[in-house]
Design a protein. Sequence first.
Length: 267
Amino acid sequence: MSEKRNGNSPVVLETRAITKVFGGLTAVNGFDLEVREGEISSLIGPNGAGKTTVFNAVTGIYRPEGGRILFHREDITGEAPHRIVAKGIARTFQNIRLFPNMTCLENVMAGRHSRSSAGLWSSLVRTGAQVREEKGIRAVAEERIRQVGLWELRNEPAGSISYGSRRMLEIARALAAEPSLLVLDEPSSGLNPRETEDLMVFLQDIIRREKVTILLIEHDMNLVMGISDWVTVMDEGRKIAEGTSAHVYSDPRVIEAYLGVETGGKG
């Protein structure tokens, strides 16, 4: 059961009936999603529901067999990941993907480099424009690493810092690309309760202070219910419900999908 959506915020991201098949298995089946500007939208569902497959299609890792993906009304279906980042979508991963032997600051700078314009020749000969751009990249990276509270660790190898700090470092790297849509895959995975609380505060602050929209996959229902403006629920590759946190939390189909019990609800 889906709740009617209120508000006039523009649609940032839309998937229209996307389908993704691996071999003979349909991981995502005719899936529709709408993410609106300035909101925190969550995509939830039991393990194997197809959530990360949707994320991978949106960010260019997978090309869907059917359907369309629109970003600010532009069809980005099947675009390469680096082109999608350049258009304004940045993401983190469920399994953290940092460069462990690079410093924390260098990792964040790598995220900003995805938006740089210097070509190979200017990089090799160190033209004035390339030097100025590199200074700008460093300045943005320094700002982002301060923002996530890791300034004191900026010169430490990323592989040497705590797990929770690595989670925040990956978010800083994504934000360094200055996306209009930040896509977070299980951002609280492995965090302790205090770190999860800090993450919630951080994400809500980002939404208030910056022109960014957030789409996240998350299993921590306290986090989902605490910060989400809109929640979409998947099961077995399909959308089974959407609405506000309170609406989906009490939806019989959602309860059945998570608990595996009959609730008497129809749909």
